[in-house]
Design a protein around this ligand. Sequence first.
Ligand SMILES: C[S@@+](CC[C@H](N)C(=O)[O-])C[C@H]1O[C@@H](n2cnc3c(N)ncnc32)[C@H](O)[C@@H]1O
Length: 191
Amino acid sequence: MEKKFSPHLALAKKYWQSHLAKNDLAIDATCGNGNDTLFLSGLCKVIALDIQEKAIENTKNLLAKNQAQAQVLLLPHEKIDTLNVTPNLIVYNLGYLPTGNKSLTTKVDSTLESIQKGLEILEAKGTLSITCYPGHEEGEREELAILDFVQSLPPFMWTVCHHRWLNRSKSPSLFWVVKKFAQKKAFGQNQ
Ligand SMILES: C[S@@+](CC[C@H](N)C(=O)[O-])C[C@H]1O[C@@H](n2cnc3c(N)ncnc32)[C@H](O)[C@@H]1O
C-alpha cells in the first residue's frame, strides 16, 4: 500500500537534506519505528533515542534491513545533554507510536526540558526540527507550549520558523529553530 503523504514530514526532510553535510551529527530524539533515523542515516552520522524498548528494537531492525548505521539508545530525550555531543541537527517527531500504546506519548514538561537542553548543546548554525501533532490533547498542549517558548527566543541568537497547513483543522505543524552562532546559555536573557 502506498504510504499516506505527510506534507509536514516531506518539508522537514527537505530542510534536513539542505542543512546536513556528510560529517555532521544528527540526533533523532524520538526514533519510534525508525523511519526518520533511517532517512537521516543516509545524510550524516546519527544518534537515535527513545524511551520504549519496542521503538529501539523496531529502529534497529529497520536499519539492519536497509544496511544502514546509527547509534540507537534507550534514553529519554530530556537527558540529551548527557550524550556530551554537539549536534548539527536535533529532530523531534512528537507524539506516540502510531501502532503502539498511546499513553507512551511525549509530554509537555519533558519535551520542553529536552528542547532547552537541545538548544544549549547545538553546534553553531545547528538546528532543531520539531514536528507537533495537535490532533490529540497532549499534542495540542505541547504545540502551544513550544510556540510560547520559541517565540520568546532572542532574535539576535535564533531564527525561528513555524509551518502550519492552514486548510486542515489541527493539522501537524513543523518548527524549525536555527542557532545563529555558538554561545553558552544561548536562550537566556543576559548574554
Ligand atoms: C511519533 S513517534 C516517533 C516516530 C519516529 N520518528 C519514526 O520515524 O517512526 C514518538 C516517539 O516518541 C517516543 N517518546 C516519548 N517520550 C519520549 C522521551 N521522553 N524521550 C524519547 N522518546 C520519547 C515514543 O516512545 C515514540 O516512539
